[in-house]
Design a protein. Structure first.
Length: 290
């Protein structure tokens, strides 16, 4: 029975992982800018284009369907062309694997950076994820996979739970859950539940770490503890250097090389002008009485 479930699970995972044709990102990543800005400990959000990505976007009401953790070059892991693997991610049907940064160059991505994380804790987060390479997705748990085949209308309050239901270990090896566990190892918050306690004189906030299976890729984007890093702006953005294919250069009058109004307009005088004595004529009393 276990072999049958495992085979069915692999078929479902393969179907959900298949890319949807015709995908074209509205704003694809700039490879050089992305490579020059991203740092170890950064979370890379991805707008995926496979079948499960569309379902996750619906359930989370977000652009982001996948998340990977940037850990820097991993020793012994590289592409045939020599490019090192620098990302740790968890994929359905594959489990926890490493990948090169170029894997997501064709996609719309976003960098989310933890603020104020010490070098030691940053290293711990990266090492936690690296040590879990090889953790697999239990394809025998077909309930976790089959629920993605039927994207029925789900009330918003149940959408987060929809991603987390199922058995224990397999569900926790999803992309955002793995990264949440890594940050939980150093007690770095993502979206903790906050309750207030204390007397009138002193109040304090108690942060409760959520279960890692309840986290979604978009949570790193909306978290108040992660900074959104845009590579194009970090490297210095000059809008005047852009070349628009559908527009000509600005006209001279718009560019300001000469005034749009060639003649200077004068305001009317505030006091009456002096009377021209030569042009004026005296009127005699007789003419007035006449």
């Amino acid at each position: 029975m276990g072999t049958v479930l495992d085979s069915v699970g692999k078929l479902i995972a393969a179907y959900l992982s298949k890319e949807v044709p015709g995908y074209e990102p509205f704003t694809p990543s700039d490879p050089e800018h992305l490579r020059g800005v991203i740092e170890p400990g950064d979370v890379l959000l991805v707008e995926g284009n496979n079948r499960i990505s569309g379902i996750i976007k619906y359930l989370t009401q977000s652009t982001w369907s996948h998340a990977a953790l940037y850990v820097g070059p991993i020793e012994g892991a590289e592409e045939p062309n020599g490019e090192p693997h620098v990302l740790i991610e968890a994929n359905i049907g594959e489990g926890v694997t490493s990948a090169p940064l170029s894997k997501y160059f064709p996609y719309h991505t976003r960098i989310c950076r933890p603020v104020g994380l010490s070098h030691e804790d940053r290293t711990t987060v990266c090492r936690y994820a690296i040590n879990r390479i090889g953790f697999g997705y239990d394809t025998k748990n077909i309930i976790d996979l089959m629920r993605y085949l039927f994207p029925l209308p789900i009330p918003q309050r149940w959408r987060r739970r929809m991603i987390a239901i199922g058995s224990g270990d397999p569900t926790k090896i999803i992309c955002s859950a793995l990264i949440a566990q890594a940050f939980d190892a150093v007690r770095y918050p993502i979206l903790p539940k906050i309750t207030k306690a204390g007397s009138r004189a002193a109040r304090r906030e108690i942060l409760h770490i959520r279960d890692s299976s309840l986290y979604m890729p978009r949570d790193f984007d909306i978290s108040p503890y992660f900074e959104v890093v845009k590579p194009t702006i970090v490297h210095g953005f000059d809008y005047t250097a852009l070349h628009w294919a559908d527009k000509q250069k600005p006209l001279e009058e718009v560019a300001g090389t000469f005034s749009v109004f060639p003649e200077t307009l004068r305001a009317p005088p505030l006091v009456p002008e002096a009377i021209d004595e030569e042009a004026s004529a005296e009127i005699s009393a007789e003419e007035v009485n006449a």
